[in-house]
Design a binder for this molecule. Structure first.
Ligand code: SF4
Length: 553
């Protein structure tokens, strides 16, 4: 079905060979035109053999269209030079011969065997690094062309794949990492999230979407998977019919950050569990089949622009969805929108299963090494049932731990330089990839975030509130600065005659009942001066806050 999608930018539009006295110069393809052309020319999921060939022949053999475009469909990007920074003067994000690879973990659920394979890949091919991302993926760095088939084969052997983790496709389907375990969940949505992930991510019908497409499915009352910023969000909902309680889902569409951030819009529909998979498929079809804006501009190619630019409303979208389904959906019941809770599920939490707890480990900026990962897998076997869960906030959880073993497990985790009881700064800081590895980045982020947390713990040791500090290396906002209490967006600034990393402050973002994007306050400083500015801000806040106040009020 993908090849039925009309290409609005075929070759006849690109070159206009009109006969005139002075021959016209060929019109250069726009970025969107080139992307649309490449997507029609090749299905990268069907041509992995070409990558095996590159691996045999070496880096020089890699065709630019693969390196710069098709690899993304396999979760692979070319990467920057790996220059990190402590104190904020980062690398330049220069492209190298190495690759990074993102591996989708549907609903964030991993077995200990899968985790050990990830650890081995990080050790053998990835210079001992594995990053948990803000979509519950794991990301490797420093992969060579020769190693790509080996890594994909090793992942496949344990049921994992990087297929669909990047590119203009359905990305990793996220969900509550405590699905099936959370004491107050409305519904265990993990089986549905995993089914939708298995079905739609890397589905041949959706190899050519206008751009990336993000789905989350959760029954968690805290909405920990951030439904407000996904293209499709199913959240647990309940209603009473003829005196009987029924649980299903609310549906929201068209949320997203980066350019023109947009909160997902709720449709007036109650989705029964048995309808949910088809609803996700049909919504993805609606997105895929859009022409005009979405296929003409890469920066306006997300679903939110159907609402922002093309005049769609919740009502017209629902009508189109019902037309495609061929039946009417029941109207939406009232729902309880969570307060702007700190939604990270870290620490020790009693599960719905008597006598068992989840132990959520805070992984500062999501970065783990191979030995930590392998030990966590072994601990999951020794203390739990072997299951681990990655979270949207770049953390990892060991689940199904008998209560009497929790303290012993925490002692073993502390020995790994990881924390179950972290400070508010450690716990609340998230960072995207940044110039260390990301070609689009303006500022270094991971080393900066680590350094910033150390600084803040020294400068404001008495800070007693949960706090979200999100560091993002460029306006693409993978680090989610728009929903942070304190969002830091990477810039460059001239400082003492030199261009250096800088950060722009955005304050007061929130989700849930008080949802709203952080306000850019027009203040930017060199990275090295961020701790001083943040110290001033937080000390003033501590002095002036009212007794009930939190940073989002
Ligand atoms: Fe790269 Fe920018 Fe995304 Fe950070 S926000 S990972 S720097 S594209």
């Amino acid at each position: 079905m993908a090849d039925e999608v009309q290409n609005p930018t075929n070759a006849a539009h690109i070159v206009t060979p009109v006969e005139t006295a002075a021959p016209l110069k060929p019109v250069k393809e726009t970025k969107a035109q080139k992307s649309e052309r490449l997507k029609l020319e090749k299905n990268p999921w069907e041509t992995w053999e070409e990558v095996r060939q590159f691996a045999r022949e070496g880096r020089e053999a890699v065709m630019p269209d693969w390196a710069n475009f098709y690899f993304k469909w396999w979760g692979i990007y070319t990467q920057g030079d790996g220059v990190g920074a402590v104190g904020g003067v980062g690398g330049e994000g220069k492209v190298t011969d190495y690759f990074m690879m993102r591996v989708g973990i549907p609903n964030g659920i991993l077995t200990s065997d899968q985790t050990r394979v990830i650890a081995d890949i990080a050790r053998d091919h990835g210079r001992d690094l594995a990053d948990i991302t803000t979509r519950q993926n794991i990301q490797f760095h420093w992969l060579t062309i020769e190693s790509l088939p080996l890594v994909v084969d090793a992942l496949s052997a344990v049921g994992l794949t990087p297929k669909g983790a990047c590119g203009d496709v359905v990305r990793n389907v996220t969900g509550c990492p405590l699905a099936g375990l959370h004491k107050h969940e409305l519904i265990d949505a993990a089986p549905l999230a995993q089914r939708v992930g298995a079905h739609l991510t890397a589905h041949p019908d959706f190899v050519n979407l206008p751009r990336k497409f993000k789905i989350t499915i959760t029954g968690c009352p805290e909405w920990c998977s951030y439904p407000e910023i996904n293209d499709i969000a199913l959240t647990g909902a309940e209603r009473t019919v003829d005196g009987k309680r029924e649980v299903g889902y609310s549906v929201r569409v068209a949320g997203g950050l980066s350019k023109d951030p947009h909160l997902a819009i709720r449709l007036n529909a109650f989705i029964k569990p048995e309808e949910a998979e088809e609803v996700c498929y049909k919504i993805t079809e609606i997105f895929r089949d859009q022409q005009g804006t979405l296929r003409e501009s890469r920066t306006h190619a997300r679903m939110k622009f159907m609402f922002i630019k093309d005049g769609w409303t919740a009502e017209t979208f629902l009508a189109e969805l019902e037309r495609k389904l061929g039946y009417k959906l029941d109207p939406a019941p009232d729902e309880i929108v969570p307060d702007d809770l700190f939604r990270d599920h870290t620490g020790v939490l009693p599960q719905q299963q008597d006598g068992l707890s989840s132990v959520g480990i805070t992984v500062l900026r999501g970065r783990l090494n191979a030995s930590q990962l392998r030990t966590l897998a072994d601990l999951a076997d020794e203390f739990g049932n072997g299951d681990l869960r990655c979270t949207i906030q770049q953390n990892i959880i060991i689940v199904n731990v008998p209560n009497e073993k929790v303290q012993a497990l925490i002692a073993r985790i502390n020995a790994l330089d990881l924390h179950v009881d972290a400070t508010n700064f450690w716990r609340g800081t998230v960072a995207c990839t940044g110039t260390e590895f990301c070609k689009l980045a303006i500022s270094e982020t991971k080393g900066f975030a680590r350094w910033l947390v150390d600084e803040m713990e020294d400068r404001v040791p008495n800070f007693d509130q949960q706090l979200r500090i999100n560091v993002t290396g460029c306006p693409n906002n993978c680090g989610q600065a728009w929903i942070a209490d304190i969002g830091l967006e990477g810039k460059k600034i001239k400082h003492e005659g030199q261009m250096v990393d800088a950060f722009y402050f955005c304050l007061g973002g929130a989700l849930g009942k008080h949802a709203g994007f952080a306000r850019a306050v027009g203040y930017r400083v060199p990275a090295t001066e961020v701790p001083v500015a943040m110290e001033r801000l937080l000390k003033t806040y501590l002095k002036d806050r009212s007794p009930e106040e939190n940073l989002r009020q």
